[in-house]
Ligand binder design. Structure first.
Ligand code: FUB
Length: 308
């Protein structure tokens, strides 16, 4: 990655490339990956890190999407969503996740609210995983003034992850410093009931929910610089039993942020690190994928971060 090629040059529409190891996208900086498996392909949605020198802050205006049928050959599609596509938002395309329900694709995002101080969560909807996505509500789904009783910070309402359980009930989890969850209505764009705080050991941010067999897994970024830890439960409502570290601090980046998916019978751990840029790497992050393996008791083996 030359300067940059680097950082600020946007890839032309529908660019196809062959991954040559981790980080697997080497022509632009992307962070906070979320992954969706749909119709034989993996889609990765990630925030575009565009921080210029002296690079001491998050400069993230848009989210990008890549797809692959085999995790080797990738296509980057035109950026399908920008923070300012939410008219009520000021900017900051922070962490997000896309999930499909009944043929519609819902993209839950973190943005800075224009009038309510702090971060908020919005949701956009599309008929295809590649968009076009439009704001589904015209207002935030979760705002800082809904959770002020739990923390004194303005950025606790970040990093949404959404999960649909086997009985069809959808849940949204999110949070910085404090993890929260709530039910979603079947329309996927309204909360259905109270916001419930969850206490997790050394929790920082970046929750991700997945299920395998009868186990629910809640992975999250822990401490700072961040490692990814996880907890397990027999119920989506907890209690969550801490199970330790999944992967260590990701190279030169203070943050880490994971997505966990099953694809063609294998499990994958998708995350970001600062491996491409030694300077300012917390704000110029790069995407990686490694395999994830389970023990017989359902616990997860420590992730070996590779450059392969
Ligand atoms: O990218 C901005 C923020 O950094 C995300 O929302 C957090 O998860 C951390 O990765």
């Amino acid at each position: 990655l030359t300067a940059a090629a680097g950082a600020s040059a946007a890839a032309p529409a529908d660019t196809t490339f062959v991954a040559k190891g981790n980080p697997f996208v080497n022509y632009k900086y992307l962070g906070d990956p979320a992954a969706l498996v749909h119709d034989g392909k993996v889609y990765i949605y990630a925030g575009h890190d565009e921080c210029p020198a002296p690079h001491y802050y998050y400069d993230m205006k848009e989210w990008c999407v890549l797809s692959s049928p085999d995790l080797v050959t990738w296509t980057e599609h035109p950026a399908p969503l920008r923070a300012k596509d939410f008219k009520w938002a000021k900017g900051d395309a922070w962490a997000s996740q896309v999930i499909e329900r009944d043929g519609k694709f819902y993209w839950y995002v973190t943005v800075e609210h224009a009038t309510i101080p702090g971060k908020s969560i919005g949701v956009a909807v599309a008929d295809s995983p590649l968009g076009p996505f439009v704001d589904a509500r015209g207002s935030a789904l979760v705002t800082n003034d809904m959770t002020t009783e739990y923390t004194s910070i303005g950025w606790d309402d970040i990093d949404p992850t959404v999960f649909i359980d086997d009985d069809g009930q959808a849940y949204i989890f999110w949070g910085n410093t404090q993890c929260y969850y709530a039910k979603l209505k079947p329309n996927m764009i309204e909360l259905d009931g109270p916001i419930i705080p969850i206490n997790l050991l050394r929790y920082t941010e970046a929750p991700w929910i997945h299920k395998r067999g009868d186990w629910y897994y809640l992975s999250y970024a822990s401490e700072f610089p961040e490692k990814i830890c996880y907890a397990m439960s027999r119920s989506i409502n907890g209690p969550w039993e801490p199970k330790g570290i999944l992967n260590e601090i990701a190279g030169n980046s203070n943050t880490n942020h994971q997505a966990i998916i099953e694809f063609n019978g294998d499990w994958y751990f998708i995350y970001h690190n600062g491996a491409i840029n030694n300077d300012g790497c917390s704000y110029r992050r790069s995407l990686c994928i490694d395999r994830l393996y389970y023990n017989l008791d359902g616990t997860i083996k420590r992730i070996a971060m590779t450059t392969e």
